[in-house]
Design a protein. Structure first.
Length: 327
């Protein structure tokens, strides 16, 4: 990556290359039908080299193909399941379940207190992968019996693995292969972990607009905090914890692609939603803050959410606070 990186996705000095994640390129799904599409290895390599990432191109060059040069879908599935299993270990070490519950508990308290919607409520994890968060919430019953837990992902292999794990663990939750915003039963709250940085340009705003246009009461999306130390920390952590080069590569690129606080708040400001950031970059310790959430609530929920958070509500800021801090 050429140039200096300022931690917020801006170029300082000369040229900034936005690297691509290999896992985004080696699988493709029809967005309407959910059917898997063939992916040619040479095309993936071409895109990575055009982006200036020869290291990633070499990783992909080692993946098996059929006689027509199409990546072997079974080999790709095995690889992604292996990488996501290692990501689950990182989630356990970073205590992602507890950190999300710190906000989801007060959020559901606020929803119940307003009386606008009676239970059962539905929590939908967008891009759930192996379903670690949903399975953790089911195992702990931390949100209560009136909250249905649903994980959704466009990757059929990951969803299938999540279902098997949930059955083996005897958990009361379910997983769906498909689009989280096309479910027959609407979500009360949408959540995700490590998904937002995959959306670039207008797609990020469209992601939030789809939730604002739904009957959902709120969303809470955790993603990598765009600090100066994030890429360095990601390199150290993934080097120590990830065995496959793909996982190591994508872990660092994820940190490089993290959205700034201003970008997230602007994109999340969809009609009918009050966007709020928890632990904004300026108030967070860059040595400790690896992930932090962007929250969106229907306007009538902001006051009860702040009451339910107690003293922690001071960490919750809206776009106006960042604008004031910038002045």
């Amino acid at each position: 990556m050429g140039g200096w990186w300022d931690g917020a996705g801006e170029a300082v000095g000369f040229r900034l290359v936005h690297r691509l994640e290999i896992s985004d390129l080696i699988t493709a799904v029809d967005p309407h039908t959910g059917d898997r599409l063939p992916v040619r290895r040479d095309e993936v390599i071409r895109r990575l080299r055009a982006n200036g990432d020869e290291h990633a191109a070499k990783i992909v060059a080692g993946l098996p193909t059929d006689q027509d040069g199409v990546l072997d879908p079974r080999a790709v599935d095995r690889l992604l399941i292996s990488v996501h299993t290692e990501l689950q270990r990182l989630s356990e070490e970073l205590r992602i379940g507890e950190r999300l519950l710190h906000l989801l508990g007060p959020l559901f308290t606020a929803i119940r207190a307003t009386g606008g919607q009676s239970g059962p409520y539905r929590l939908v994890d967008v891009g759930c992968g192996l379903g670690y968060l949903i399975r953790w919430l089911a195992a702990t019953n931390a949100l209560g019996a009136d909250v249905e837990l649903v994980g959704v992902d466009l990757d059929a292999a990951l969803v299938g693995e999540a279902e098997q794990l949930a059955r083996a663990e005897g958990l009361d939750c379910r997983f769906v292969h498909g689009n989280a915003f096309d479910l027959p039963q609407a979500a009360t709250v949408y959540v995700s972990t490590g998904v937002l940085h995959h959306f670039r340009g207008p797609a990020l705003g469209e992601f939030f607009q789809a939730q604002a246009a739904s009957p959902a009461q709120a969303f809470c999306h955790f993603d990598i905090a765009a600090t100066r130390l994030a890429p360095i920390g990601a390199w150290i952590f993934h080097r120590a914890r990830m065995r496959h080069p793909l996982g190591r590569h994508d872990g660092v690129v994820s940190a490089e692609r993290a959205h700034s606080d201003e970008t997230l708040l602007s994109a999340a400001a969809a009609p009918g939603i009050r966007p709020l950031l928890y632990e904004p970059r300026g108030a967070a310790n860059p040595f400790c803050t690896t992930l932090r959430p962007i929250i969106g609530v229907r306007p009538h929920l902001e006051a009860p959410l702040r009451r339910a958070l107690g003293r922690a509500e001071r960490r919750l800021v809206g776009p106006e606070h960042l604008a004031e801090a910038a002045r």
